[in-house]
Design a protein around this ligand. Structure first.
Ligand code: AMP
Length: 506
């Protein structure tokens, strides 16, 4: 989703052009990693990853980090920005060693997933730095293991702000030895209400430190932080391209505005997809993420949810499952998905039209990466018109509509439809508790086609020749018969046989 300078180099299309805000633009078409000043050990590790040349942000930032200058990097994830601080940090950390409870460097990340991802990158790029201690301080996991890591002395501490301050308040941590502070995804920290924590942490670290600050956007609150905590920073800006990759087919689909109607439209879209390898379904609200994922699962799709209310273990398991291909459809919110290094996907579905046009570009940038083809569908209801217009304005083109009538239809009884409508009504009033966060126990890969309509299914054809009802319909009848209202989750005591009362003879 980032632009490339097509005339000057042949870099994969994800990587952006960079401009130096306080210096002339440096072209890095002939630049290689060896000319950036990185150590031999780091260069070997980079070679092992197979990277051919630095991305623009790496080429621009790394020499300045090595000169120990403060950096203001205006860049999103996907630009190679993590390596732009990890690689020079590894080089710098080769000299000196960590002392107990006194980390030498600190990286702040807004979410546990991002923190874990940066830790992974340290291990990947630090394969030749065997003695380097990296500690991850994130919520949702026990303090004991983290304490042990801190006691051993951490060269690199990667943390979310809340957990870091918890350790500090318990007296397990001294920040006076921190030489490099990295504040990553600052605008997301702002979204998540972490700015007071960041200010507090920044004040606990010596003023003489080097600060590397990254943010995709620069709202006034972020600019204020930069003015307060960075000293004469070198600014490196990676320009975001507002037009999505040309290899992505983008379509709009009209739907009724009730959530159950949107879910039906979504199923129709998935069922009619050709070559669906894996997909992300984006919802605007995290409550809907859980509901949509669960509904897809109930309809036989291999789907799972990723949202901010899930516990750490469940989020990681879900993400791993999607990355390794065991999970086909990931339903996610923007906040949960932003910044994550998710695999390239064949299909993106916007269950809701994003209210910020930027988010649209970001979402559909998950497909059609590196010249591959991808498909993006956006479900549009009547009230969404203004959001569609602002997207079309941003990407500077009109989007095509899919004929909603051409989608596979589902036959549903009026009763079931009414129940859905009632349920949606309740959910909208906020009285629905959802517990669909757990990854599926049976996480074998199921192609989307498994969920295809039964007419194409030879087994169902045989059933109908035998005069049997299709399985799907039998299930529906069962559902409609469900008088307990618990559907598949009837408590055991209700299933126990009721013993008839013997009336005593008079
Ligand atoms: P990031 O923006 O740090 O999340 O990186 C996005 C992706 O780009 C990651 O999957 C990295 O492995 C990859 N990457 C980072 N640097 C390079 C490079 N110089 N060449 C090719 N891929 C890279």
């Amino acid at each position: 989703m980032f632009g490339v300078n097509r005339t000057t180099n042949a870099r994969p299309r994800e990587f952006a052009t960079a401009t130096m805000a306080n210096g002339p633009e440096r072209k890095n078409s002939h630049m290689d990693f060896a000319s950036l000043g990185l150590s031999e050990k780091v260069l070997k590790a980079v070679e092992a990853t197979g990277y051919k040349e630095p991305t623009p942000i790496q080429a621009q930032a790394i020499p300045h980090v090595l000169e120990r200058k403060d950096i203001l990097g205006i860049a999103q994830t996907g630009t190679g920005k993590t390596a732009s601080f990890v690689l020079p940090m590894l080089t710098i950390l080769e000299k000196g060693r960590a002392r107990t409870r006194m980390p030498r460097t600190l990286i702040l990340e807004p979410t546990r997933e991002l923190a874990a991802q940066v830790e992974e990158d340290f291990h990947r790029y630090g394969v030749n730095h065997k003695k380097l201690n990296v500690a991850l301080l994130i919520g949702g996991v026990s303090f004991d293991e983290q304490n042990k890591r801190l006691d051993r002395g951490a060269d690199v501490l990667i943390a979310t702000p809340g957990r870091l301050l918890d350790h500090f308040e318990r007296g397990r941590l001294l920040m006076t030895g921190v030489e490099i502070l990295v504040i990553d995804e600052a605008d997301r920290m702002l979204d998540m209400g972490f700015i007071p924590d960041i200010e507090r942490i920044s004040k606990l670290i010596p003023f003489t430190r080097q600060t590397l600050f990254f943010s995709a956007t620069m709202p006034p609150e972020i600019q204020r932080l930069v003015d307060q905590f960075l000293q004469n920073p070198v600014s490196v800006e990676v320009s975001q391209r507002a037009t999505p990759a040309a290899t992505v087919t983008q379509k709009l689909v009209r739907s009724g505005s009730a959530a159950f109607e949107k879910r039906e439209t979504l199923r129709g879209l998935i069922r009619s997809a050709e070559n669906l390898n894996n997909a992300i379904v984006f919802c605007n609200r995290k409550r809907d993420v859980a509901i949509v994922a669960r509904s897809l699962e109930r309809h036989g799709f291999n789907a799972g949810a990723l949202h901010g209310d899930m516990d750490q273990r469940a989020r990681m398991a879900m993400l791993d499952s999607f990355k390794n291909g065991n999970l086909t459809i990931l339903v996610a919110s923007d906040v949960a998905a932003r910044g994550l290094d998710l695999p390239a996907v064949s299909h993106v579905y916007n269950f809701d039209v994003p209210t910020h046009a930027d988010d649209y570009v970001h979402r559909i940038g998950r497909t059609g990466r590196a010249g591959r083809t991808g498909e993006a569908f956006t479900i549009v209801t009547k009230p969404d018109g203004k959001y569609v217009s602002s997207i079309e304005k941003l990407i500077d083109r009109k989007l095509d509509w899919v004929d909603g009538d051409a989608l596979p239809k589902e036959e549903e009884s009026g009763g079931r439809r009414k129940r859905h409508a009632d349920k949606d009504d309740r959910a909208n009033k906020g009285d629905r508790a959802d517990s669909s966060n757990r990854p599926r126990r049976d996480d074998r890969k199921k192609p989307a086609a498994v969920a295809a309509e039964s007419e194409e299914n030879p087994r169902e054809e045989r059933r109908s020749k035998r005069g049997q009802k299709p399985r799907e319909n039998r299930k529906r009848e069962r559902d409609d018969d469900d008088r307990t209202g618990f559907r598949d989750h009837v408590p055991a005591f209700l299933l126990r046989p009721v013993r008839a009362k013997h009336s005593s003879p008079t």
